[in-house]
Write a protein that binds this ligand. Structure first.
Ligand code: ATP
Ligand code: MG
Length: 668
């Protein structure tokens, strides 16, 4: 395929954006109008025009979107290798690569990235060290403290102001919190650790440095950013620092889809950018190529945002109205969704073209059980809990202590996996090992509780056989062997987790740079639970379950929106604030605009008092306030109330798909 073929299908406004020259370009347009497609075509066009791929930087919000864009661009310009050489990925992933290259400028020897759970562990560790974990001083939870730090950094607001505004009840502890966060910063420095926010801070510092910044600016002629409405102040500074005059800069976004205010994003950044570059060209796209008109009518009814663009469908088919499905309760909702998914499947919509979207990962608890009972394969993105990935993270922690023995949080993690080591002794031992690595194995063993000594000595002697210079396959094999007994002892359902651990070990063994790989897992953990896990069946037709946040920028033929109730969507945490509610409304809008052909919105009349407790009491639940009178008027209403449910066991048997995989196993 030539780029000209790809361009032939674009409408005039899209084409204008693709063919635009060097001046700053802002494409502000609604969902499904082809912003991402324009960006992709622009990349292909640049490659075709002979731009050296390394001189293009493409920033996106998820790794999935980045790789989809690059492979599309490769098809368009017919040069897969060129597309691979483009610097592309999420802000955090690109930051990590830049930082690794410039570690010496930042005074770092190595870069180890810690994920949000490690942050909690490390702050907990420091609380204990400084006597701030007791009951005498009632500080907020560690999660809240980490949240305060992250908000302060991402919005570039003093921590005191963040506390005053968002956590006023914690004001009396402002000094203690600030002190703790200073310890946290110092300890990260000492141990060579960077958290996700540090990645952006460090990248910004490099860009702001006169010498390094000049080199970075000279490196890329073309900077393209998708989903600009969701950048925060640090990211704005990076983008503007890389392109002070806006030459070669293209950003696309939609202010109605800004859903990261809680992480410091402000939809205003899109408008600010237009003001910051007086010679910027603003292109608006009007036609929606994704959804049918009835779906857009509903989305327009909800559409928030300042630009208030209305979407008009370009699709020729008239389309069916979105359905409002009222169910009895959460179990009934799960059954009904499964029924409707299978019905759509029979009508020709494969599972891979369908998605169930939800406000919060835990909302799909009942549905996941139902899907398992009916053997409907699915994969889940976003909202992946600690439990599902912790075994994978244990293996990664083992790699990390070998690569960077000063990594105290990873030692702590591994030590707490030993049966006889409690949190307090794990903290002490982690300190010893982080100071001297396995060279201090004897000291650590001596300091360990008597019952734990043999186990600990064995772990440390296994790990002592490798270091960062060991060949990667051997290093991985050794770590796998060292962590194995810990996992078996720690997780009662160990056998269920083993495929995932094997999957990640195999992937790790094939890396040319293990350090990079390990840090990337901290940056984008979706991969850990999703992509690496070995699939149980060769059946590639899988349904997607996703949080709305993780569904950003994506689309499906059939979208099932789970639990559109007040308290779920909008989330009850947002009900009390106007700003919070506005963000929930944009989130709702993002959900609606993911659908191409059909959109089903599910509203149970009763919900359990706790989302994941199966025996929890049910109480009456209200439909989401976003489903206003006028919104409902645009929908087809159905209710399951009239149907008598079959007893669960009958249903399970009637719908069970019998699999014959045993046969394959026996004859493999
Ligand atoms: P979002 O705001 O949700 O990220 P978007 O503006 O980035 O949406 P795209 O994902 O680029 O929109 O495009 C939406 C859909 O419309 C995609 O399937 C895309 O391939 C298709 N599309 C875009 N432009 C055209 C066109 N000119 N002709 C046909 N299909 C198009
Ligand atoms: Mg997009």
């Amino acid at each position: 395929m030539a780029v000209s073929d790809a361009l032939a299908g674009l409408d005039p406004a899209q084409l204008e954006a693709v063919e635009h020259g060097e001046g700053p370009l802002v494409v502000a347009a609604g969902a499904g109008t082809g912003k991402t497609r324009v960006l992709t075509a622009r990349v292909a066009r640049l490659l075709e025009a002979g731009v050296v791929p390394e001189r293009i930087l493409l920033l996106t919000f998820t790794r999935r979107v980045a790789s989809a864009m690059l492979s599309r661009a490769a098809v368009m310009c017919g040069d897969a290798q060129a597309a691979q050489r483009i610097a592309g990925g999420t802000f955090h992933a690109v930051a990590h690569r830049i930082i690794a290259e410039h570690a010496q400028h930042l005074g770092l020897e190595d870069v180890t990235v810690i994920d949000p759970d490690d942050v909690i562990d490390l702050i907990d560790l420091l609380r204990a060290e400084h006597g701030l974990d007791g009951t005498e001083v009632r500080l907020p939870t560690t999660r809240t403290i980490a949240d305060i730090a992250s908000r302060a950094i991402n919005t570039q607001t003093p921590a005191r102001a963040v506390i005053e505004e968002q956590f006023p009840w914690a004001l009396e502890h402002v000094d203690a919190i600030a002190g703790l966060l200073r310890h946290y910063r110092d300890r990260k420095r000492e141990r060579g650790l960077l958290d996700l926010d540090d990645l952006l801070i460090a990248w910004r510092a490099l860009v702001a440095d006169p010498d390094v910044g000049a080199r970075l600016r000279a490196r890329w002629d073309w900077v393209l950013v998708d989903e600009y409405q969701d950048v925060n102040q640090l990211q704005v500074d990076i983008v503007r620092g890389l392109s002070p005059d806006g030459r070669g800069l293209t950003v696309v976004g939609d202010d109605a889809q800004a859903i990261y205010a809680f992480r410091g994003a402000s939809a205003g950044h899109l408008l600010e950018l237009i003001e910051a570059y007086p010679d910027a060209t603003l292109v608006r796209l009007e036609r929606n190529f994704r959804s049918t008109q009835p779906i857009l009518d509903l989305a327009n009814q909800v559409r928030p945002g300042e630009l208030r663009l209305r979407l008009v469908a370009d699709r020729p088919q008239p389309g069916v109205r979105p359905t409002l499905v009222t169910c009895r309760n959460a179990d009934d909702e799960a059954r009904t969704i499964a029924d409707r998914i299978l019905a759509a499947h029979v009508d020709g919509t494969p599972l891979r073209s369908q998605a169930v979207l939800m406000r919060t990962g835990s909302h799909s608890a009942q549905l996941e059980v139902e899907l398992k009972v009916r053997a409907i394969p699915f994969h889940k993105f976003g909202g992946i809990g600690y439990l599902e990935t912790s075994h994978v993270r244990d293996l990664l922690a083992t790699f990390r202590v070998v690569l960077n023995p000063a990594d105290e949080v990873s030692w702590y993690r591994l030590l707490t996996r030993h049966r006889a080591i409690g949190k307090a002794s794990a903290r002490g031992l982690a300190g010893i090992l982080a100071d001297g690595g396995v060279d201090r194995a004897a000291d650590a063993v001596a300091a360990a509780p008597a019952k734990a000594r043999t186990g600990l000595a064995s772990t440390l002697s296994l790990l002592g056989a490798v270091d960062s210079t060991t060949a990667i396959p051997e290093l991985v094999e050794t770590c796998r062997g060292a962590v194995d007994p810990l996992l078996r002892a720690h997780y009662p359902d160990w056998h269920r987790r083993v495929t995932e651990v094997d999957g990640i070990a195999q992937a790790a063994a094939q890396q040319s740079d293990l350090r990079m790989f390990v840090s990337e897992q901290a940056i984008d953990p979706v991969n850990v639970a999703g992509d690496w896990a070995k699939q149980p069946h060769l059946d590639e037709d899988r349904l997607t379950l996703s949080t709305i946040h993780s569904a950003k920028g994506l689309e499906w033929d059939a979208v099932h929106l789970l639990r559109a109730n007040d308290g779920a969507m909008p989330s009850d945490m947002a009900l009390s604030s106007r700003v919070g509610l506005a963000e929930e409304e944009r989130l709702f809008y993002v959900a609606l605009t993911r659908a191409r052909d059909t959109l089903d919105v599910y509203v149970p009349s009763q919900l359990p008092t706790h989302p994941t407790a199966f025996m929890a009491k049910h109480v009456a639940a209200k439909p989401s306030r976003f489903l206003t009178e006028s919104a409902r008027a645009l929908m087809e209403s159905v209710s399951t109330a009239a149907v008598t449910p079959e007893p669960a066991i009958e249903r399970a048997v009637a719908t069970r798909r019998v699999r014959m995989d045993e046969f394959d196993e026996l004859f493999a």
